[in-house]
Ligand binder design. Structure first.
Ligand code: ADP
Ligand code: MG
Length: 700
């Protein structure tokens, strides 16, 4: 058995790449030396032994110990999936991590050779697969990093996941919705497919839950493999008083570190793109000021943002070396990474010595009573705060500045972050489960069961959309809906849009809603940007505006400056075009007509009517038009809705009567207003009957 480790080691140290049969470059050998220093690498033999003896392994190891980058490679070397026509999958909760790690692993396996054509290629041998972007090559790819959602979607068409020899669920401690469902699903698959190996990787020590979940026979727990981490002590500082403005406090703290502390990079945790870009700008301005005042004692500083919608090349910048000091013995140059939760456990940045933690993250919350899922900034858990602090101790002893009081840490923060399954809208998941053939939603092998009212709401919505029949069985429409990588409301919208003679347009709108924000609003050109936006705006609503933007973009596709002069993101629009093509292929596969009306006015009305069928407005939002329909509800410092179109209340009753069944509504403004509309219609209706009677009378 020991031979396995020896063989793998020999193959790695050898001159020929066993996957491509080409010679290893010198760059490969250089990276291999660095890899050998990772804690996971020193336990390779032990891991491979356990891997050969067990079908399921729970692997626990500190962030940065090499789990994500090394374990899938060890598995590939021992499994040799390409010789069996199979591949190894490693799931990630985040798109950024899937892309970034796949690139890194391709490089480690010899993709970055500068000497000749690379031996291993990203997208060929090692690939990644995320929603709307499949960078793998069937038959050639032997290792694929993918989002957990992508693997779950794949399972709906192949419930035994036959393509894979080993499935690695990474970042299981994050307890994302898709990972949780996969854990339930894989437990069943493991019993059917004895050749399938499963590894569940987690950065926290509470593996007991996973171990119990994956005990296939009662009383026999799944095997746990512990990676011996190497971490340095981290000193924790708290504020004396609560900080009224955490962003301001965070920027102040970063600059304090830069001025006063020894060499070492800084990691600041914030909650989202806008906040991060804002902070980077302010830190840069303040740092430049400091340097101007005193270039003798203040070193150069670069500030690097990290969030999910950042283009991949920019994401790579977090791995750049910090700026060099201006003179030998002078103040150190420093790299400041300002990141969302991505840097908490998903991506390890070496060289971080200082962590600044305001204690917040953007979290999902679902309220089944008003049927609204929203994202809002809320306090993190103690477990999260500990993970964040740990990022400071990777290379040497570090410091973590918590921008809250110790008292609040002890008494206010929850022990653990709640699993997503407890706080998400489950309509998409329930549709996927129906497609997977899972009949009993209540008794499915969840790690943690979702709240019954959330399941009820999901079933109710899917029934209302006619994706499930009254007995909860998947309908033909539901099966088609599940083929689109979209929320059920959006896939339904696409499918019905052909009846409303606007499917070409709805394809565009759906694609535009599936990509990052297309509008650019540079800080120093806000007015110009707003003016440019006004020119493209369609008064009837944001959905039609999105359509207009895309159409204009396509008309001006050969004008290289067009997006720039209109303050639009070229990248997002290109992505929308790509997404549109993919969705169109799915439409064609199911023979859904691609049609448009030539009368623009009628077309625009039809689009908004079709939107009522697919989407639904929430209750009691105080906005300018009386009735609107929106795509996203976001709660930050104040609540706001995104992608909004005005609709008429009578449409709600006409096209979405099942949903707007007033007998199920709680008393309130919405119910009263809709009741008025019903009364008015009834009034008109009875008048018509009356006049009918009159006619009959007259005829008599
Ligand atoms: P874990 O999954 O246990 O948290 P990883 O496998 O993600 O650990 O990280 C192992 C090492 O690989 C870390 O030192 C990390 O900085 C390094 N690493 C990961 N991606 C890159 C990259 N793109 N460039 C350079 N180093 C990287
Ligand atoms: Mg990892």
């Amino acid at each position: 058995r020991k031979v396995i480790g020896e063989q793998v080691r020999k193959a790695m140290d050898g001159d020929i790449n066993p996957f491509t049969k080409q010679p290893h470059s010198s760059q490969y050998k250089k990276i291999l030396e660095a890899r050998k220093k990772l804690p996971v690498f020193t336990q390779m033999d032990e891991f491979l032994k356990i891997f050969s003896e067990n079908q399921i392994i729970i692997l626990v190891g500190e962030t940065g110990s090499g789990k994500t980058t090394q374990i899938p490679q060890f598995v590939a070397y021992s499994d040799l999936p390409h010789t069996k026509g199979k591949l190894v999958a490693c799931t990630q909760p985040r798109r950024v991590a899937a892309m970034s790690v796949a690139k890194r692993v391709a490089d480690e396996m010899d993709a970055c050779s500068t000497e000749s054509t690379p031996t291993v290629q990203l997208g060929r041998h090692v690939g990644y697969s995320i929603r709307f972007e499949d960078m793998t090559e069937p038959g050639t790819t032997f290792l694929s990093y993918m989002t957990d959602g992508t693997l779950l979607r794949e399972a709906t068409n192949d419930p035994s996941l036959e393509r894979y020899s080993t499935i690695i669920l990474d970042e299981a401690h994050e307890r994302t919705l898709a990972t949780d469902i996969l854990m339930g699903l894989l437990k069943g698959v493991a019993k059917r497919r004895l050749d399938l190996k499963i590894i569940v990787m987690s950065a926290t020590l509470d593996a007991a839950k996973f171990q119990k979940h994956f005990s296939l026979r009662s009383g026999v727990l799944a095997t746990v493999f512990n990676v011996q981490g190497r971490t340095h002590p981290v000193e924790i500082f708290y504020t004396q008083e609560p900080e009224p403005d955490y962003l301001e406090a965070a920027i102040r703290t970063v600059l304090m570190i830069h001025r006063a502390e020894a060499e070492g990079d800084v990691l600041l945790f914030l909650t989202g793109e806008e906040e991060i870009e804002d902070a980077c700008r302010k830190i840069k301005v303040d740092a430049d000021d400091l340097i101007k005042q005193d270039s003798e004692s203040v070193g150069p500083l670069v500030c690097i943002p990290l969030y999910s919608s950042l283009p991949p090349q920019q994401q790579q910048r977090i791995f750049d070396a910090p700026p060099a000091t201006r003179s030998t013995g002078g103040p150190p140059g420093r790299k400041v990474v300002v990141s969302t939760n991505i840097a908490e456990t998903s991506l390890t940045i070496d060289g971080i010595v200082y962590v600044v933690d305001p204690g917040f993250s953007k979290q999902k919350i679902y309220n089944p009573i008003i049927r609204v899922e929203s994202q809002f900034v809320s306090a993190i858990s103690k477990a999260s705060a500990r993970q964040r602090a740990g990022r400071a101790g990777r290379t040497k002893p570090g410091k973590c500045y918590r921008l809250f009081t110790e008292k609040d840490f002890i008494s206010e923060l929850e022990e653990q972050t709640h699993p997503e399954i407890l706080k998400s809208n489950l309509s998409n998941t329930v549709l996927e489960m129906a497609k997977l053939g899972i009949k009993d939603l209540v008794r499915f092998g969840y790690v943690d069961a979702p709240p019954p009212e959330t399941l009820m709401r999901a079933l109710e919505l899917l029934n209302y959309l006619s994706a499930l029949d009254d007995d909860g069985n998947l309908t033909a429409l539901g099966a088609t809906m599940a083929e689109f990588p979209l929320d059920p409301q959006l896939s339904k919208l696409l499918i019905v849009s052909s009846e409303f003679k606007c499917s070409n347009e709805m394809l565009t709108i759906t694609a535009m809603m599936s990509v990052p924000n297309v509008w650019l609003r540079p800080n120093n050109q806000r007015q110009q940007a707003d003016a440019a936006k006004a020119l493209l705006t369609v008064p009837d609503g944001d959905h039609l505006t999105l359509l207009n933007v895309y159409n204009q973009y396509m008309q001006n596709i050969h004008d290289k400056n067009w997006t720039w002069t209109h303050y639009l993101s070229h990248r997002a629009l290109q992505q929308a075009d790509n997404v549109r093509a993919q969705l169109q292929r799915t439409m064609e596969r199911f023979d859904i007509d691609l049609v448009s009306l030539s009368d623009e006015k009628k077309l625009y009305t039809n689009i908004r009517q079709a939107l009522v069928v697919g989407l639904h407005p929430s209750c009691g939002l105080d906005t300018q038009p009386e009735w609107v329909l929106f795509n996203e509800f976001v709660l930050t410092t104040r609540p706001y809705i995104r992608t909004v179109s005005e609709v008429r209340p009578e449409w709600l009753l006409e096209y979405a009567g099942n949903y707007f069944d007033l007998s199920t509504f709680i008393d309130g403004e919405t119910k009263r207003a809709l009741q008025l509309v019903i009364n008015k219609r009834a009034g008109k209706f009875s008048k018509r009957i009356d006049s009918g009677k009159d006619n009959r009378k007259a005829r008599k």
